[in-house]
Write a protein that binds this ligand. Structure first.
Ligand code: SAH
Ligand code: SF4
Ligand code: F3S
Length: 488
């Protein structure tokens, strides 16, 4: 693990804070004050127990949540917790997701288990945050059925975690703070990276698209872009700290920068980021097809650092269903876009998200989706069964598709996706490719696992000294969704 901003820098800031004074009003100074205050409480408790206090942040959901959890972890470490991976900890934090019903069920399952663990450890604290907490019916349910939870906060005030934690430490009751929306972006809080050599970087928050099935705009609020200066500053700091690959994060990166005081396109931002010396690879997600510009295709075609991978969620192949989904493109427009990209960047790897069983989906609609899959030939696709999210327009649409029909379509789609992916993956067999080595192989410690520019994984003989380096690897054998290779 690695801290984005040098720990010494934060120590210097904390040293200067006098807790006798009232908390400052400005951010992030206010949170630094509360980090110092929380640190005192944790130290006292730790002395009383004669051991270090432990904390276990757990992430559900997408890369945004993952990055948010890195921020939570950075704060926890600064406060003095030992961060561990086991829920038998003094402080458990669930960063939740609500994009599909399954995500919610998982959280309730974990909470059920914590009830038992909590009896064993009377000092245990539990906090819930993230997208699920932005839904009032969820908070009601937790108040009623999981009253042992100490702290609940949402997606908009995550930067206030230190202050909220202090309130919870000082309170006997459940502390709840949820904001409906925000226009604020607070910079310069600590973050603790899971990987030394790669990092997610938020470029924007929220979403304005309101696809009719999707809960994200309701729980993440309106679209807000960080300034290019703040983004590049963060990337420069990351690179100085050993990062060679960044993943730019946003629900719709193609509309980045439109609402800034000085508007700038996503393609221009990429060009600026490309100039950062020492940075080797740039990835981004997610791209909404309706906003993908020719300018971006050109930048991708000419860039040395932008990876040859585009995640371009199609959701459905039926123009009729796309309209009901409020995606604002037709099947033909999507296919034309794919053609344009493939022509400009011939070695690009395309991946996608597909939903089956959207209300009103007929067998013909589903055949259109299969047709797109066959025409585009994705490297891989995330396939989802439609999940009704209360509060979204699709939840009250007529003709919800019966479960057995959806399951049957899902199975057929998965088979098609997988058989095409195996063929597409194999085309690189025999070539030599630059690979970023990420870790020792989980199954065989004599091997390391690395990632190609197109996002596929390759396993090859090598040691821990290679981790974080970009090396040339010959792809000797394709195993369906990954390669076996040889370092050259
Ligand atoms: N902003 C991204 C997607 C974020 S959610 C985009 O627009 O592409 C990730 C994926 O979850 C979506 O692409 C969609 O395929 C899926 N998803 C979202 N809501 C869903 C729902 N109600 N049921 C099933 N899948 C859903
Ligand atoms: Fe959801 Fe659509 Fe926004 Fe993606 S673009 S987060 S699918 S509303
Ligand atoms: Fe889930 Fe929230 Fe991401 S709902 S998918 S964690 S934005």
């Amino acid at each position: 693990m690695h801290n984005d901003k040098k720990t010494v820098e934060f120590e210097e800031i904390l040293d200067k804070i006098n807790l006798e004074n009232p908390a400052p009003a400005g951010e992030p100074e206010r949170q630094y004050y509360y980090i110092k205050k929380a640190r005192q409480y944790v130290k006292e408790k730790s002395q009383e127990l004669g051991r270090k206090l432990t904390a276990c942040p757990q992430t559900f959901g997408c890369q945004m949540n993952f990055r948010d959890s890195e921020k939570i972890t950075g704060i926890l470490e600064l406060i003095g917790y030992e961060v561990i991976d086991s829920e038998e900890a003094d402080f458990v934090i669930y960063n939740t997701c609500t994009v599909r019903e399954n995500a919610n069920l998982k959280v309730y399952g974990h909470l059920g288990k914590l009830k038992g663990l909590r009896k064993k450890n009377p000092y245990m604290m539990i906090a819930l945050c993230g997208c699920m907490m932005q839904e009032s019916h969820v908070v009601e349910k937790i108040k009623k059925s999981y009253s042992f939870v100490n702290l609940i906060f949402g997606t908009h005030n995550i930067y206030k975690f230190p202050e909220l934690l202090v309130t919870a430490l000082e309170s006997q009751r459940m502390v709840i703070d949820i904001w409906k929306d925000t226009d604020q972006i607070v910079e310069d809080l600590p973050a603790e990276r899971k990987y030394d050599f790669k990092s997610g970087v938020n470029i924007m928050f929220g979403c304005n698209n309101f696809c009719s099935y999707c809960i994200v705009p309701y729980v993440r609020g309106r679209e807000r872009s960080r300034t290019p200066e703040a983004i590049i500053d963060e990337i420069k700091r990351l690179v100085a700290d050993g990062v060679v690959e960044v993943m730019l994060l946003g629900q719709n990166v193609n509309s980045y920068g439109k609402n800034l005081e000085e508007p700038i396109s996503f393609a221009r931002l990429l060009q600026e980021i490309e100039k950062v010396e020492g940075l080797e690879r740039i990835r981004f997600m997610t791209s909404h097809p309706k906003d993908l510009s020719d300018e971006l295709i050109e930048v991708m075609a000419n860039s040395k650092k932008v990876c040859k991978h585009l995640h371009l969620p199609v959701q459905s192949g039926s123009t009729e269903i796309l309209k009901k989904m409020n995606r604002r493109y037709t099947k033909e427009q999507y296919l034309n876009l794919v053609e344009k990209i493939k022509t400009a960047v011939p070695d690009i790897s395309l991946t996608t998200d597909i939903i089956v069983g959207f209300p009103g989906e007929t067998e013909e609609d589903f055949q259109e989706t299969l047709d797109v899959v066959r025409k585009v030939r994705y490297d891989s696709a995330f396939t989802f069964i439609y999940s009704k999210r209360s509060g979204t327009p699709a939840a009250v649409m007529e003709n919800q598709v019966p479960d057995d029909v959806v399951k049957d379509r899902f199975d057929r789609l998965l088979k098609e996706v997988q058989s095409i992916a195996t063929e597409v993956c194999a085309v690189h067999e025999g070539t030599v490719q630059p690979v970023l080595v990420e870790q020792i192989n989980h199954q065989d410690a004599a091997l390391v696992t690395g990632r190609l520019s197109n996002n596929l994984l390759v396993h090859f003989r090598g040691g821990a000294d290679l981790i974080g380096k970009i090396v040339d690897v010959k792809l000797t054998e394709c195993k369906g969704f990954y390669y076996i290779g040889e370092l050259i």
